[in-house]
Design a binder for this molecule. Structure first.
Ligand code: PAF
Length: 282
């Protein structure tokens, strides 16, 4: 498998592929690949002639230096996994310098308010970092289609906004959350959980499913309070937030309106590791 580590070599290859009329699918990742990533790659393989996976732990989207330092880096294992998928899959694993030169800073973006909800309240500057890296990667890889998991639903919406605001010629495609048998949403961070914590974390999805049932008959506020109570009783998980938000603009709500579509979002800590999840409510 060819691993490109500089944008110049990658661009030359992509140019040649485009001249042959090939379409390009793209999955940006921070590595520590799991089955969820692989399902994104499989979707991309179905829709495109060739597929690029970028593996880059992006420093400008971490607010916390320890989180950045502790983020799992498993390039060899990632490449081995991708190899099993087929020969039309290519990797871009750049250095920080290849992406940022000497200026390791995020650009400032406006995502029409999407960036101030939920994750934006707890991870200041995070979406500027995500916007910076994804815009650069789109400009380097020039994909026809790019695939993102719905686990980071807010990120997905922000990247769609980024592509439309900057008229980037790429289709941004959201893909369903891939879950462990227990229901725990797949995440690179799960690798850092002890077996016990991993088992306990299935509580997040279980609670989301119960909340969905309650949403049929109760107000958004009541459902949120119920979720908060459930987490208060849990010995290991600490809830950071639960929100019910309109999927159009991610504005959080206490009262539901007819004809609107909502999702419920949770961020919680276990063993100092932050997990997020969300599901559609209606
Ligand atoms: O979702 C992620 O892994 C990252 O935020 C992304 C989109 C690869 C940007 O670094």
């Amino acid at each position: 498998m060819i691993i490109y580590d500089t944008q110049n070599t990658l661009k030359a290859f992509v140019k040649a592929q485009k001249l042959e009329g090939k379409t390009i699918g793209f999955i940006p990742t921070m590595g520590a690949l799991h089955k969820g990533h692989l399902s994104l790659v499989r979707n991309a393989m179905t829709d495109n002639d060739i597929v690029f996976v970028s593996i880059f732990v992006n420093p400008t989207q971490f607010g916390n230096a320890t989180d950045l330092e502790k983020y799992p880096r498993t390039l060899d294992a990632d490449v081995a996994l991708l190899k099993t998928l087929g020969k039309n899959v290519f990797v871009y694993a750049p250095s920080v310098t290849d992406i940022y030169n000497s200026d390791i800073n995020a650009e400032k973006f406006s995502f029409d308010g999407l960036e101030f909800e939920m994750e934006g309240k707890f991870r200041t500057g995070h979406f500027d970092g995500v916007g910076t890296i994804v815009k650069r990667l789109f400009e380097i890889v020039t994909p026809d289609n790019a695939y993102f998991g719905e686990k980071d639903f807010q990120q997905l919406m922000i990247i769609k906004k980024l592509a439309s605001k900057y008229k980037l010629p790429v289709h941004v495609i959201g893909c369903e959350i891939f879950r462990e048998a227990s229901g725990l949403a797949m995440s690179s961070r799960n690798q850092r959980l002890s077996d016990h914590a991993k088992k306990e974390s299935a509580f997040i999805y279980k609670t989301l499913l119960e909340a969905k049932k309650k949403f049929g008959t109760k107000s958004a506020l009541k459902v949120k309070e119920w979720v908060q109570n459930q987490f208060n009783k849990h010995p290991l998980l600490t809830l950071e937030y639960v929100e019910i938000a309109n999927i159009k603009n991610l504005k959080t709500t206490k009262r539901k309106s007819k004809n609107e579509t909502y999702r419920i979002f949770i961020a919680a800590f276990i063993e100092n590791i932050r997990l997020i999840d969300n599901i559609a409510l209606n």
